[in-house]
Design a protein around this ligand. Sequence first.
Ligand code: NDP
Length: 290
Amino acid sequence: MAARLLEGKFFAAEIKKSVYIEVENFKKNQGITPGLAVIIVGENAASKVYVANKHKACEELGIYSEVIRMAETISKQELLEQIASLNKNTAIHGILLQLPLPEALRNDEAELLKAIHPDKDVDGFHPVNVGKLATGQEHLVPCTPAGCIKILELANIEIAGKHAVIIGRSNIVGKPMANLLLARHATVTICHSRTVDLPSITSQADILIVAIGKAHFVTKDMVKPGAVVIDVGINRLADKKLVGDVNFEEVKEVAGAITPVPGGVGLLTIAMLLSNTVKAAVLQHNTKNS
Ligand code: NDP
């Protein structure tokens, strides 16, 4: 294997270590425990696992965590009332609405996310936070792209001046990723399903971020020798095996550094949620926390 392996567990541990210190400082200075509320609607099996992992991670770092389980049949109005009550709850500093929502609420997603107070929006999906990120005023930033940046920073990989190519333009990964890289002075290209001759663009990337949702999509002929490859994708194969969007076995032979799946970006997403929760608590109490 030629590439340096960027294992998520080392970076996640680093982030959790500093979050733990921030939590302790906040408790000492303010006499308050940072609190996260996660709302889960319905019975999506994968969402239940994610929510349980988030709860466990909060407990490990001394963050108060509340899981609010709501029936699949809940109305938009009831959900809005729940969010409004959490917005007012001073024990809760971060609110996360677990996605995807059940089919019947899918069209209300934007309105529901907008109902979360921007200062408690630990997922960074509120239009105010999206706008702040787009205008270079990072506030609460989406956890997965923030985790990708942390990997690059903690691995001492230079971003400024590099050509970063992102495959995927979703609101939760691709677009915020582009803004975060731009703010760190990369030259950024965003590709998507209508991009013509994708390999000719990806093979120019010094940093290639892949967030498509298609198993083994990126092959070695699409990667510039020595490039840093960050694989955000999580795909379950028919045999239940989890794989990324990158064909790891062949790309690791040409890349300079690569994240594995599982064990890569996914671990950073939860760590950044914890980091955002403490950040939100500090912001709401208008304190420096040192
Ligand atoms: P979306 O489905 O919202 O977006 C996928 C993007 O990929 C779209 O912009 C789409 O283009 C683009 N795309 C699809 N097919 C192609 C193609 N053939 N060529 C080029 N671009 C293509 O996915 P998400 O951004 O939500 O997630 C992407 C992946 O990341 C998924 O596997 C998801 O599970 C994973 N994920 C992992 C997380 C983690 O914690 N590690 C967190 C969030 C997501 P277009 O816009 O034109 O349709």
